[in-house]
Design a protein around this ligand. Structure first.
Ligand code: GDP
Ligand code: MG
Length: 170
């Protein structure tokens, strides 16, 4: 009785936080030191086996620049899940992530599964945002939190897997 479920998912966060790199790692198992900036948004898909079901993620990777902000609702409105990404070496990116969370809480799908990903966890020596600070924020706002590294692959599949487990399945 294998089931196939489709879910729209969106990645939001500051430009340079590593959204495209996380998707590339998840979908293709690759990492690029010089990942090109996303223009507008890019679409990817990947399937995951979760318990007795196959979950197919249809993923919108957004640009993150302020000038594309007005396009963002097109990508998050129909989304079942969102990963909000910041860079642990940038306090500004964490501030920006919190703004995205607020926007989704106000205007997103109320049942959306939200994950907060503190990316670039391999850059411990340049860390500006503590894991504790992010964990507390995530708990207070009903998100689940993980630190990830698209570079070393740490926790990348895990974020998607955790989302898949939390998604409602008919
Ligand atoms: P986006 O604008 O959020 O899509 O960010 P990108 O995926 O384009 O990444 C921006 C830059 O950060 C690129 O040069 C990546 O190689 C780098 N990068 C992304 N993820 C990581 C990571 O986990 N660790 C390190 N050290 N660099 C990363
Ligand atoms: Mg990008």
């Amino acid at each position: 009785n294998a089931k196939l479920c489709y879910f729209h998912q969106v990645l939001l966060g500051d430009m340079g936080a590593g959204k495209s790199s996380l998707v590339l790692r998840f979908v293709k198992g690759q990492f690029l030191e010089f990942q090109e900036s996303t223009i507008g948004a890019a679409f990817f898909s990947q399937t995951l086996a979760v318990n007795d079901a196959t979950v197919k993620f249809e993923i919108w990777d957004t640009a993150g620049q302020e000038r594309y902000h007005s396009l963002a609702p097109m990508y998050y409105r129909g989304a079942a899940a969102a990963i909000i990404v910041y860079d642990i070496t940038s306090s500004d990116s964490f501030t920006r992530a919190k703004k995205w969370v607020q926007e989704l809480q106000k205007q997103g799908n109320p049942n959306m599964v939200m994950a907060l990903a503190g990316n670039k966890a391999d850059l411990e020596d340049k860390r500006k945002v503590t894991a504790e600070e992010a964990r507390v924020y995530a708990e207070e706002n009903g998100l689940f939190f993980m630190e990830t590294s698209a570079k070393s692959a740490t926790n990348v599949n895990d974020v998607f897997y955790e989302i898949a487990k939390r998604l409602p399945r008919a």
